[in-house]
Design a binder for this molecule. Sequence first.
Ligand code: ISE
Length: 333
Amino acid sequence: MLRMAVVGAGLMGADHAKIVAEEMPGAVLQVVCDMDECRARRVADAHGAVDVASNPEAVIVRADVDAVIVASPDFTHAPLSLACISAGKKVLCEKPLSQSSQDCLAIMQAEQAAGKRFVQLGFMRRYDQSYVEMKKAIEDGELGRALMMHNFHRNVETPASDFTGAMAITNSAPHEFDVVRHVLGTEYVSISAFQARRSDVRVAPVFMVLETVDGQLVNIEINNNASYGYDVRAELVGEQASIAMNHVAYTRQERSLGVHTGYDVDWRGRYFDAYRRQNRAFLRFIETGVFPDIASSSWDGYAAAVVAEAGVKALASGQKQPVTMISKPEFYA
Ligand code: ISE
């Protein structure tokens, strides 16, 4: 059995602990680690973990830990991923790898120096069936050449009280930054960003327009205070046809002279299957050493960070910003 440590016992850490314990055959939940050891204990007891800890660096090097899932606060992702690389442990790191493209480059350099891949990044949308079908449709030539992709990403309310418009770009939009370039098989060359004005003090929607190296247009709406539900939509427009995501709901209710279809409260429900597909791919990565063919890597973490950095500048300046990346190392081909 592969002994997994989950670092971080918050919303995502608890979800990953549950997935490891219940839906990753061949893995055992060895350690749940959190700075708040009581919180770690609650998650560990809920999912039958072997042990509890509060020092992530110490957990990473433990002889009874074979691999790590990092679901601690964003600022810890880069240093803990580096610690996993130096300990020779595969790591599934929740997004973002880092909000700093320089940090991402350091992780890429560490992997290349080690001579093999260690980091699988948690852009789980790649495993969502809707994006899988979109990517297949464009690759099978069913749409003609890809022209545009429209994207909505709506949360019920901001995940933190100190959320800002810039965080809509650095925290929420990286999912679209990554999955759109994955589906289209392209990179971005520019980004423009705008923000609406609400009548209240809540963070208003941010609207972005990106151009790709292949002359395609991508628009992304991030509305972190949509109120009505967790709602992600996408439509890929080709020269001959388009393909759009259907609303994902297993049931609808016919009542009171109407029809009601529910929304999820957040991403854990909407991407229930995607997280499980992603985590099982991580298990195969650990077992075989072969990087999963649709998973995101440190390179993809770098690409998302570069776009987000340019997007924050575009929002602050009101000017279109270039997206400038290093050439993709062969190591990540
Ligand atoms: C959150 O951090 C996530 O990663 C969710 O998938 C995303 O929908 C949400 O907007 C982010 O805040």
